[in-house]
Design a protein around this ligand. Structure first.
Ligand code: ADP
Ligand code: MG
Length: 625
C-alpha cells in the first residue's frame, strides 16, 4: 500500500451484498452497465443544474457525455472496460462516503428478500438494481478515479477487489468527472466487446438524456420521444421510454402524448403508473414532472404544473414558450406555467373520461389504485370539485361493481329528489344496515360510503347535477308512501299499544341518556332497531373519523327507533309484560343498542360486548328446547 492510501472496511450490509454479488452466477449480469450509466447520467444532470447558476467550475465547456471504451490489453492479460463521464465528480471524502458507507435502498430490499431464504438471488438481481456494487457481478477489480467540479478539489481514487475492504488513494486526473476502470472476471470477458456494449446500451439506456459513446460512435438514440408526433411513435417505444425513465417493472396504466400551440406551446408525454406506490427500483425519487424548455431540462421534478393530489402522474412537459433561463421563482409565479398546468390537467381528465367510457374494467383498476387521490382533491382543492365528481365511483345497494354519480342520477326514481348515501365500515356490513330497509322496499338506490375519506368529504359534497346528497340515517327523512303491496309496520304488529309502550319505557330506563329518544319506527322492515341522527345533527360524519383516529371519541347521542312488528321486539315486549324481572330484558336491550352502534361504525370497543353475548347464550341454552 502506498503512503497516500488509506484502507477502509465496508459497512456490514455492503459486505454481505458484495459477497452475494461476487459468488453467485447471474443470468442478467448486463444490468451492471445500466446501473453505472444511470449513475453517470445522474452526475451529469447535477452538473447541468449546477452550471445554470455557477460558472466557476472545472472544465466549464466540456461536453456533458458518457464514454465507454475497451482498452487494448496484452495477450493473456485480463480484459478491461472503462466508463467515463463529465459529471459532477467526487472528492476523496465523497468517494469514501458514497461508495462505502451508504447502502442504496434497492440493495437493502434485495438483501431482505434473499435473507428470507425463499428466493434465488439469481432471479432477483435484475428486479432490484442494487446500484453501483452490481459491477462486481462482472469485475475482479474496480478502480474509480474521480475529480470534483469544484476547481480546488484534488482527484482521488477508490479501489476494491470485491472483498470486505476498499482503499482511497491519491490519483492523477486533469479533467472533471468520474472514470470507472473495470478489470473483468475471466468468465465476463464477453463484455469487452464494443458491439456487445452497444447492444446493452440500446436495450437498457437508449433514452438517457446525454450521449453515450462506445468508442467513437454514439450508441443511444438520446431521443426526445415527446417531440415526435404521436403517429410516429410505436407502442414499444413508449414502453421502453417509460421503463428507462422510471425503471418501473410494470407497464403504465395509461400513456398520454399530445401537443398544443394555443393558448400555449406545449408537448407532453405523460404516464399514469400501474401502481400508486413506486416500485423499489424506481428511478424517479419524488413526485413531479420533468420540465423542458426547447428540449433542455429545466426542472427534474416540477410540482407547479399539477396539484399535489395528481402527483402520481409522471412524464415530460416541454414548452417553447418558457424562457431557457427560468429560475425557481419565475417557474412558480409564471403565467405560462399556469396555462401549461391547466392545459395538461384538462387533457388528463379528458383521457380518463375516455377510459371510463371505453374500458370500464381498466377504469375500475385505475379507480382502485388512484380513487382516493380524487377524494383528496375534493378535500384539499375546492375549485377542483366540479371537475372531479364525474370520476368518483361507489358501490351501491342496487348494482354489482362500481357506479358513477352520472349512472346513479340517470336511474333515480320518479319523484326522487336526493342522492342517498349510507356511511359504514365496509360494503359487506353496510349492505345489512337497518337504514336500508325503507330504501330496499321502495327500490331506491343508496351509495355505500365506506372509505374514511368519504366521511371526511361528506360535508363538502353539496350537490351533483343539482341533486343534494342525503345521509339516510337522518331521522327527518321523508320518503314516498309505499303502494298497496307495502304494508306499514303498525298494521302487521300483533303487539298492543300498551305492551309496546311498556317496552319503549323499559328501553328508556335501561339506556338512560345514551339515547336522545326511543320511538317507534315507521320504516324498518327486517331489522329490529336502528339509530338515527336528530334532524339538525352536526358533524356526524366527523364522529366516525374521530373513532378511526382514536381522538377524544365520544359516542354520539342518537334516536333509537324500534320496529314494532319485528319478532324479537314482540317477544321482548311480551317478556316485559309477563316477567318484568327477567335478566334477559335489560341485557337484550343493551345488546340491541350495541349492535346498532356497531352497524353504524360507531362502536368504541366491540370486544366489550362479548361477556354479555356469552351470558345471553347461557340463558338461551338453559331454557332452550
Ligand atoms: P444511487 O445511484 O441509487 O444513489 P449507487 O450505488 O448507484 O446508488 O451510487 C451510490 C452513490 O455514488 C451515488 O448516489 C452518487 O453519489 C455516487 N456516484 C456513483 N457513481 C457516480 C458518478 N459516476 N459520478 C458521481 N457520483 C457517483
Ligand atoms: Mg445508481
Amino acid at each position: 500500500m502506498s503512503e497516500q492510501a488509506q484502507a477502509y472496511t465496508f459497512k456490514a450490509e455492503i459486505r454481505q451484498l458484495l459477497h452475494i454479488l461476487v459468488h453467485s452466477l447471474y443470468k442478467d449480469r448486463d444490468i451492471f452497465l445500466r446501473e453505472l450509466i444511470s449513475n453517470a447520467s445522474d452526475a451529469l444532470t447535477r452538473m447541468h443544474f449546477e452550471m445554470l447558476t455557477n460558472r466557476e467550475v472545472l472544465d466549464v465547456d466540456a461536453e456533458l457525455a458518457i464514454h465507454i471504451d475497451v482498452p487494448d490489453v496484452a495477450e493473456g492479460q485480463p480484459k478491461r472496460i472503462v466508463i467515463r463521464d463529465s459529471g459532477i465528480g467526487m472528492t476523496a471524502e465523497e468517494l469514501r462516503y458514497n461508495l462505502g458507507t451508504i447502502a442504496q435502498s434497492g440493495a437493502r430490499e434485495f438483501l431482505a428478500r434473499v435473507g428470507e431464504g425463499k428466493v434465488d438471488p439469481n432471479d432477483l438481481i435484475g428486479q432490484f438494481g442494487v446500484g453501483f456494487y452490481s459491477v462486481f457481478m462482472a469485475a475482479d477489480e474496480v478502480r474509480v478515479i474521480s475529480r470534483s467540479y469544484q476547481p480546488e478539489a484534488a482527484p482521488a481514487a477508490w479501489v476494491c477487489d470485491g472483498s470486505d475492504s476498499f482503499r482511497i488513494e491519491t490519483a492523477e486526473k486533469s479533467d472533471r468527472g468520474t472514470e470507472i476502470h473495470i478489470t473483468l472476471k475471466k468468465d465476463a470477458e464477453e463484455f469487452a466487446n464494443a458491439w456487445k456494449l452497444r447492444q446493452i446500451v440500446k436495450k437498457h439506456s437508449d433514452f438517457v438524456r446525454f450521449p453515450i459513446y462506445v468508442g467513437e460512435e454514439q450508441a443511444n438514440q438520446q431521443q426526445s420521444l415527446w417531440r415526435k408526433s404521436p403517429a410516429e411513435v410505436t407502442v414499444d417505444e413508449y414502453k421502453n421510454f417509460y421503463r428507462q425513465m422510471t425503471m418501473e417493472f410494470e407497464e403504465p396504466l395509461l400513456t398520454i402524448h399530445f401537443s398544443s400551440d394555443v393558448p400555449v406551446n406545449l408537448r407532453a408525454l405523460l404516464f399514469i403508473p400501474a401502481k400508486r406506490e413506486p416500485g423499489i427500483l424506481a428511478a424517479r425519487k419524488e413526485p413531479g414532472l420533468m420540465l423542458y424548455s426547447h428540449n433542455v431540462l429545466i426542472q427534474e421534478y416540477c410540482t407547479d404544473l399539477l396539484p399535489p393530489w395528481l402527483g402520481y402522474i409522471d412524464g415530460v412537459v416541454d414548452s417553447e414558450d418558457l424562457p431557457l433561463n427560468v429560475s425557481r421563482e419565475t417557474v412558480q409565479n409564471n403565467r405560462i406555467m399556469r396555462q401549461l398546468g391547466k392545459t395538461i390537467q384538462k387533457r388528463i381528465f379528458r383521457e380518463l373520461e375516455k377510459l371510463a367510457e371505453e374500458n370500464r374494467e381498466k377504469y375500475a383498476t385505475f379507480w382502485q389504485e388512484f380513487g382516493r387521490a380524487f377524494k383528496e382533491g375534493i378535500a384539499t382543492d375546492p375549485v377542483a370539485k366540479e371537475d372531479v365528481m364525474p370520476f368518483l365511483r361507489y358501490y351501491t345497494s342496487a348494482a354489482e361493481g362500481w357506479v358513477s354519480l352520472d349512472e346513479y342520477v340517470a336511474r333515480m326514481k320518479e319523484g326522487q329528489t336526493a342522492i342517498y348515501y349510507v356511511i359504514g365500515d365496509d360494503a359487506k356490513s353496510i349492505a345489512n344496515s337497518p337504514h336500508l330497509d325503507p330504501f330496499k322496499a321502495r327500490g331506491l338506490e343508496v351509495l355505500y360510503w365506506v372509505d374514511p375519506l368519504d366521511a371526511l368529504i361528506a360535508p363538502l359534497m353539496g350537490t351533483y347535477k343539482e341533486k343534494p346528497f342525503q345521509n339516510i340515517d337522518d331521522a327527518g327523512l321523508e320518503l314516498p308512501e309505499l303502494g298497496d303491496d307495502g304494508e306499514t309496520a303498525v298494521s302487521t304488529s300483533t303487539l298492543s299499544e300498551k305492551a309496546f309502550n311498556l317496552f319503549v319505557g323499559r328501553c328508556v330506563t335501561t339506556l338512560g341518556d345514551r339515547v336522545i329518544e326511543v320511538r317507534q319506527s315507521k320504516v324498518l322492515k327486517d331489522s329490529p332497531v336502528r339509530l338515527v341522527s336528530p334532524k339538525d345533527a352536526q358533524n356526524r360524519e366527523m364522529q366516525r373519523l374521530y373513532r378511526y383516529l382514536d381522538q377524544n371519541y365520544e359516542v354520539p347521542k342518537k334516536i333509537l327507533e324500534i320496529n314494532r312488528q319485528h319478532p324479537l321486539i314482540e317477544s321482548l315486549a311480551r317478556l316485559v309484560e309477563e316477567h318484568p324481572d327477567s335478566p334477559v330484558i335489560n341485557m337484550s336491550i343493551e345488546q340491541l343498542y350495541d349492535s346498532a352502534l356497531l352497524q353504524e361504525g360507531l362502536h368504541p370497543n366491540p370486544a366489550h360486548m362479548l361477556p354479555r353475548i356469552q351470558e345471553l347464550m347461557m340463558l338461551a341454552a338453559q331454557t332452550g328446547k
